[in-house]
Design a protein around this ligand. Structure first.
Ligand code: ATP
Ligand code: MG
Length: 204
């Protein structure tokens, strides 16, 4: 999209698969915080991921592309896709700063569930120096902000609340639905639903 990017939204995630919760969060953040662009940043595939395996990065990138194709102000970034994990957000933000230059203010978009775990992130103090936080509500997440602020002074001042209709959609539930032969229609964009079926994702 033409024009100078002054306010850049960044939505990191696994996107396995991308769904309407991610898309509404990105769109509401864009609208409410006047973002010029939102980057979707799928995390790479760690060589040895403990726990459940995640789909290869090319499938997750393709599903994001399909989901955002009609929106010129959304784009996908490969910054985390191509490097070996773990993808710490502070490193992602440094790489994006090198790519986008000094001007744009970065707004890291995350669900309240993700903010609740911020103390366990890599170098959370440095994170607060690198971006503003655009926090969207998520069903059934209780946040103890005063506790978090006590452990991470300056956090609250960085937070921009983004309102959205609560959508109880998660990638884990979508994967379970496909596995069990239940529908995912209307929970993900049609093109993503078709891609999942065509490629046989999440059946195993
Ligand atoms: P999983 O179930 O595999 O954990 P997920 O649905 O939580 O997947 P992620 O890729 O982990 O998706 O999420 C990326 C970001 O999007 C996180 O900041 C998360 O909080 C946010 N997010 C995911 N789903 C929603 C939703 N339904 N509403 C608002 N934010 C969401
Ligand atoms: Mg999650």
């Amino acid at each position: 999209m033409a024009g100078v990017i002054r306010r850049l939204g960044i939505l990191g995630g696994t996107f396995d698969p991308i769904h309407h919760g991610h898309l509404v969060a990105a769109e509401e953040a864009r609208h409410q915080l006047q973002l010029d662009r939102v980057l979707f940043v799928p995390a790479g595939t760690p060589p040895h991921k403990p726990g459940q395996p995640i789909s290869p990065i090319h499938h997750r990138l393709q599903m994001v592309q399909l989901a955002i194709a009609s929106r010129p102000y959304f784009s996908v970034s490969r910054v985390d896709a191509d490097r070996p994990g773990p993808c710490y957000t502070v490193d992602t933000l440094h790489l994006l700063r090198a790519e986008w230059g000094p001007e744009p203010v970065f707004f890291f978009i995350e669900g309240a569930d993700s903010l609740a775990g911020i103390l366990t992130w890599h170098q959370p103090h440095r994170l607060l120096e690198l971006c503003e936080l655009a926090v969207v509500g998520r069903p059934s997440v209780e946040l103890d902000l005063s506790y978090l602020e006590g452990r991470l002074p300056g956090l609250t001042a960085r937070i921009h609340w983004v309102q959205m209709p609560r959508l109880e959609i998660s990638s884990s539930d979508l994967r379970a639905r496909v596995r069990n032969g239940r529908p995912i229609a209307y929970l993900v964009p049609l093109a993503v639903e078709q891609y999942i079926l065509e490629q046989g994702l999440y059946r195993g």
